[in-house]
Design a protein. Structure first.
Length: 122
């Protein structure tokens, strides 16, 4: 199945999908190995898709893991992941997590959607 998916969608898409499936299942060590593949570059459209899917299922832990694991990917834009995590944290009333996310934004100079910035007074 992976061979067919790779032919159809390309190896980068398949690796991103596999890594996010592992993150969703709580298997972060395996996902980390995938993201550390030397030639793998960020596929931001895939990352954004998975951010939305994780947010729809209110999976805040997986979003946080995804933020941590994709941080070192070449060419990554983490704004959608962080935005999704903030929305879920607000939904779940997780103020400690919101504080961590704001520190993450500041430390890594992540650009946020203007609406989120206004809402957070950031």
């Amino acid at each position: 199945i992976v061979d067919i998916a790779t032919l159809q969608h390309g190896s980068r898409n398949v690796l991103h999908d596999l890594a996010f499936t592992l993150i969703d299942a709580g298997k972060t060590k395996q996902a980390e190995k995938i993201f550390r593949t030397p030639w793998l570059k960020a596929r931001n459209s895939r990352i954004n898709l998975h951010a939305l899917l994780l947010a729809d299922s209110n999976n805040l832990n997986a979003l946080v893991d995804a933020i941590k694991l994709t941080r070192s990917l070449s060419g990554v834009n983490q704004s959608q992941l962080v935005t999704a995590a903030i929305r879920v944290a607000l939904r779940l009333d997780q103020s400690d997590m919101i504080d961590w996310l704001i520190r993450e934004i500041q430390e890594n100079k992540i650009q946020l959607d203007i609406r989120i910035k206004k809402y957070l007074n950031y």
